[in-house]
Write a protein that binds this ligand. Structure first.
Ligand code: GDP
Ligand code: MN
Length: 399
């Protein structure tokens, strides 16, 4: 789960990371009022959307007066901010963060990520802040400092000092940098984060280290034990299809094609999508029903996949180990009886209780297309979908 910049800043500041004074606003009037409360002569108005690259997309504006704050806000509110990370549909701006302007001396990049190969939290830093990390690694790869943290002892001062020196910070700033690094590391581990990114972390004209931007992501599987984090969720920033599935305890990924996929397990989902592509189709989504899915859960998954208007055919591909094919078949039958389904549905079942499952499908009298292996299933669903599309085109041409 991602959170907003202002939320990440509030969290990190609780762990000793210094941030500029700022306040949240839901309207241009409120933003101007907040700026007056903050005082000073320069403010930065920042669109709160779950994406990076806001600066280049017009989502970060430096303002010197009330009227400039108004103009900046009117440009942002209610608009979809399109950045290189959001895709063409963009993300809606409903909140802005107003911050006291800061005089920047140096910009540093700081990120904490989970490094799977070393199974450690890795600190990634660069003296070339301001640019995105992808650009830094393409243009100035030798400027990147990496350090993995031994979890049994945490981030010790000596290691943090080494990073500070590697970034070429003046000795007078090293202690502040150590505090910043240790604060980020503690926030990461104590809150089950998967990513902390401060870009830029700046050195100010008056010799302070401040986080000018902040991003945090959290492990969805740990949210149950972090209520203070899960309440920061902002559904306006999520794909509505994915939010709806998450609310029902299903894991759903929205894509751009036309074939809905109901599978169990992420690996099987990948293989299913690849095989659909190989057969000339494109997946609209995949929904992972997980292990031990009851007929009700399967039916729920079906309803969810069908609620996506892009879906023009459905492939159910289940390899039942913990799951039971008969339950999956019952769920499919339940959903098809209940819903008006006029698109092709292909079902491939394998594993536990497969004969019972096949029997339930055959005896239901429903127009389910069955397949005995993945390649056949993919070819049938793509074939049936193409057929449907061709028929619809013919009908339209005849009218
Ligand atoms: P992002 O584009 O989504 O990563 O948003 P950032 O919060 O990183 O803002 C983009 C850029 O705006 C930063 O890299 C800074 O150069 C600039 N910026 C942000 N806050 C301030 C500020 O208080 N003063 C000045 N002068 N520049 C700022
Ligand atoms: Mn940034």
């Amino acid at each position: 789960m991602d959170i907003h910049e202002y939320q990440a800043k509030e969290i990190l500041s609780g762990f000793g990371v210094e941030v500029p004074p700022g306040a949240l606003a839901y309207s241009p009037e409120q933003a101007a009022y907040r700026a007056r409360e903050l005082g000073g002569e320069k403010w930065v108005v920042k669109a709160q959307v779950h994406t990076g690259g806001r600066g280049k997309a017009g989502g970060v504006k430096l303002c010197g007066s009330d009227s400039e704050i108004f103009d900046a806000c009117e440009d942002m509110f209610g608009r979809k901010l399109v950045t290189h990370q959001t895709g063409p549909e963009g993300k809606g701006v409903y909140r802005v963060y107003v911050e006291a302007g800061v005089q920047i001396e140096r910009e540093i990049y700081l990120g904490l990520v989970l490094d799977r190969s070393s199974q450690r939290v890795m600190i990634v830093a660069s003296a070339e802040g301001g640019m995105e990390i992808e650009e830094i690694s393409a243009e100035r790869p030798d400027s990147i400092v990496r350090a993995t943290v031994e979890p049994a002892v945490g981030l010790r001062e000596f290691q943090a000092r080494e990073i500070a020196f590697a970034l070429g910070l003046m000795p007078s700033l090293v202690q502040q940098m150590v505090r910043t690094l240790q604060g980020c590391y503690r926030a990461f581990t104590e809150l089950d984060a998967t990513m902390v990114e401060i870009n830029p972390l700046v050195v100010t004209g008056d010799g302070r280290i401040l986080a000018l931007d902040a991003k945090m992501s959290f492990d969805d599987n740990a949210l149950f034990r972090r209520p203070q984090i899960s309440e920061l969720r902002d559904k306006s920033q999520e794909d509505p299809r994915e939010s709806r599935a998450a609310d029902r305890g299903l894991s759903y990924v929205g894509l751009d094609g036309n074939i809905g996929c109901i599978v169990n397990g992420a690996g099987l989902a990948m293989a299913t999508m690849d095989t659909i592509m190989l057969s000339g189709g494109a997946p609209a989504n995949f929904l992972d029903i997980g292990g031990g899915a009851s007929p009700e859960r399967v039916a729920k998954a079906f309803r969810l996949v069908l609620s996506d208007a892009k879906v023009q055919a459905v492939l159910v591909n289940i390899f039942a180990g913990i799951n039971r094919c008969d339950w999956v078949a019952e769920g499919v039958v339940q959903a098809l009886r209940e819903l008006q389904v006029d698109i092709p549905v292909v079902v491939r079942l394998a594993g536990t209780n497969v004969e019972e499952g096949q029997k339930i499908l055959a005896q239901s009298g429903l127009p389910v297309i069955r397949a005995s292996n993945l390649m056949e299933a993919a070819q049938r669903v793509v074939g049936a979908w193409k057929n449907d599309v061709a028929q619809a085109t013919e009908v339209r041409a005849a009218q």
